[in-house]
Design a protein around this ligand. Structure first.
Ligand SMILES: *[C@@H]1O[C@H](CO)[C@@H](O)[C@H](O)[C@H]1NC(C)=O
Ligand SMILES: *[C@@H]1O[C@H](CO)[C@@H](O)[C@H](O)[C@H]1NC(C)=O
Ligand SMILES: *[C@@H]1O[C@H](CO)[C@@H](O)[C@H](O)[C@H]1NC(C)=O
Ligand SMILES: *[C@@H]1O[C@H](CO)[C@@H](O)[C@H](O)[C@H]1NC(C)=O
Ligand SMILES: *[C@@H]1O[C@H](CO)[C@@H](O)[C@H](O)[C@H]1NC(C)=O
Ligand SMILES: *[C@@H]1O[C@H](CO)[C@@H](O)[C@H](O)[C@H]1NC(C)=O
Length: 470
């Protein structure tokens, strides 16, 4: 749903595109179609990898092909140049594979693309092509879940303040009202879900598991030939899941609910800023993450005030892009005052990559200076700040808080001893936090009516590398 204002801006944008020069872009993507989260260990399906690959190809068409008016200045059209591209995903199979499939679309095998550069000639005169038709091996940075860098894409994982704030939605009048008004609807779905091992009575189904139920049904309708659901029931399930997930991820009067969007904002700004600092040498950054960060960012950036559609879950393989450009034809990197940023969103594989105004400005382009200020105002820019916002002393946060930090910084103790004591303190802290997390997760689970063994939050919070909200 476009507002009249956004429509006008889009037509202006289309008219102006020819006279612009793009210098860099940061893309945040969701995974494609996958198996249901309900049983855990979800993976991308063939359809899912195809979707992420397709989106990568779409971005190739816009930013890399020389025939595009939006081609990034001086980007390599055929062969991958490592200094121009950055890609990162949390160490979770589904997100690493999402990024890989996207990158395969961005820089496809060279033999198909440009046979003349697919081949290298050896000293003895024979020719060599890399495997799979000149496949291009693009470096992808995987981020371990317990590393301080994990906060940029998944700032909600292991963050007690997000969990508590998110959880508090379930004590709100909005939640209680929906729980009651939808009880009959959810219970009526028991016949279609009774084959799921842990759904044993109609009472197991309620708004408290809105996303879980929608996900089970949505995956079944796409992959299970003996399953069927009416379009109106599916619509109702999706919109109820939309309302619940948006609420879990954003509340204007409770900033802690969106800490993950605030770290993501920082990651996006950092990548764009590298493009600026390196005068355009870094050209394309890709980050793969999950829908909860999209929803939280939509709220944080004021997009829901521009269009109601931002309250809805983004489809599989959705992307948002931050494009750094100058509003004229250029052959070199401009001064900072001539740089602008535009926000674009593409909902799944269908539809266009459309531009939307950020931060309630009503303008689809912001000067680099204004964009930087607005992002910084919202961003959480360091691990230390994140630890404090999360109220976390877990893992690496121990370095910033209490006894452990003091010992590490005072330097009065031989390193080896300090290390042992520090580790012991960390273990105790980890133990306490782990126990709390366990109890919390159990409470949350038993509060709902569906008993889920490996929940999106639970599996991550208890320290495994399982997928978060995907
Ligand atoms: C040339 O060298 C490559 C790599 O050592 C080898 O695989 C190939 O068989 C050689 N070709 C000829 C014609 O000797
Ligand atoms: C949003 O946060 C406020 C303040 O904490 C709270 O009163 C309200 O119930 C919350 N709304 C929802 C939908 O969670
Ligand atoms: C497919 O759907 C049918 C009907 O709901 C159900 O009985 C069956 O268990 C489902 N199969 C799988 C693999 O989920
Ligand atoms: C942007 O880059 C400059 C130069 O490297 C650096 O001094 C500054 O701290 C960076 N700002 C952000 C927000 O990353
Ligand atoms: C994306 O598409 C879904 C329906 O598939 C819709 O609910 C949601 O509002 C859309 N989001 C945006 C921002 O257009
Ligand atoms: C682009 O490449 C050309 C030729 O290789 C060079 O002269 C120019 O400075 C480069 N521009 C930028 C912005 O790097």
């Amino acid at each position: 749903m476009f507002t009249a204002a956004a429509g006008t801006m889009l037509s202006l944008l289309a008219g102006r595109a020819m006279a612009e020069t793009v210098h860099g872009v940061v893309v945040f993507t969701r995974h494609g179609d996958r198996t249901t989260k309900h049983y855990g260990a979800q993976t991308l399906t063939n359809l899912g990898t195809t979707q992420n690959f397709q989106i990568g190809s779409d971005y190739r068409a816009r930013y890399i092909k020389s025939s595009s008016p939006h081609q990034i200045l001086n980007i390599s059209e055929f062969n991958y140049v490592p200094s121009q591209i950055y890609a990162s995903a949390p160490n979770q199979g589904i997100l690493l594979n999402t990024a890989t499939a996207f990158l395969q679309g961005l820089y496809p095998p060279l033999a198909d693309l440009n046979p003349s550069i697919a081949t290298q000639t050896l000293n003895n005169g024979s020719e060599s092509t890399s495997p799979l038709n000149g496949y291009q091996y693009i470096t992808l940075q995987g981020i371990p879940p317990n590393s301080p860098d994990a906060i940029w894409i998944k700032g909600d994982d292991n963050c007690p303040a997000v969990t508590q704030a998110s959880q508090s939605f379930e004590s709100s009048p909005e939640f209680t009202t929906k729980l009651t008004s939808t009880r009959e609807f959810y219970q009526s779905l028991f016949p279609v879900l009774k084959s799921v091992y842990d759904i044993t009575s109609p009472e197991d189904l309620s708004y408290a598991s809105a996303y879980d139920i929608y996900d089970l049904i949505n995956v079944a309708r796409l992959h299970n030939s003996s399953f069927s659901i009416s379009p109106s029931q599916l619509f109702q399930l999706r919109t109820l899941a939309d309302s619940a997930e948006f609420a879990y991820n954003f509340n204007a009067s409770q900033p802690e609910r969106s800490i993950h969007a605030r770290t993501l904002s920082s990651a996006i700004l950092t990548q764009l800023n590298k493009t600026v600092a390196l005068e355009g040498a870094l050209k394309f950054s890709l980050l793969a993450g999950s829908y909860d960060a999209f929803l939280a960012f939509f709220g944080l950036a004021g997009l829901t005030e521009v269009s109601e559609s931002f309250y809805g879950l983004p489809d599989y393989a959705s992307t948002m892009a931050f494009e750094l450009y100058s509003p004229e034809t250029r052959t070199s990197f401009p001064e900072e005052k001539d740089l602008w940023v535009r926000f674009l969103f593409k909902n799944g594989t269908a539809g266009g990559l459309d531009s939307w105004p950020l931060f309630g400005t009503g303008r689809e382009s912001l000067s680099w200076g204004e964009f930087t200020r607005e992002m910084k105002r919202r961003a959480i820019g360091s691990a230390e700040e994140w630890c404090s916002a999360c109220g976390s002393s877990d893992g690496f946060c121990a370095t910033y808080t209490g006894v452990a930090a003091e010992m590490f910084t005072r330097g009065g103790m031989p390193n080896a001893i300090a290390g042992v004591v520090g580790a012991a303190v960390t273990l105790v802290v980890l133990g306490i936090v782990g126990l709390m997390a366990f109890l919390f997760v159990r409470r949350r689970r038993s509060g709902g009516s569906v008993v889920v063994m490996a929940d999106e939050k639970g599996s991550v919070r208890s320290g495994s590398t399982g997928a978060g909200k995907l």
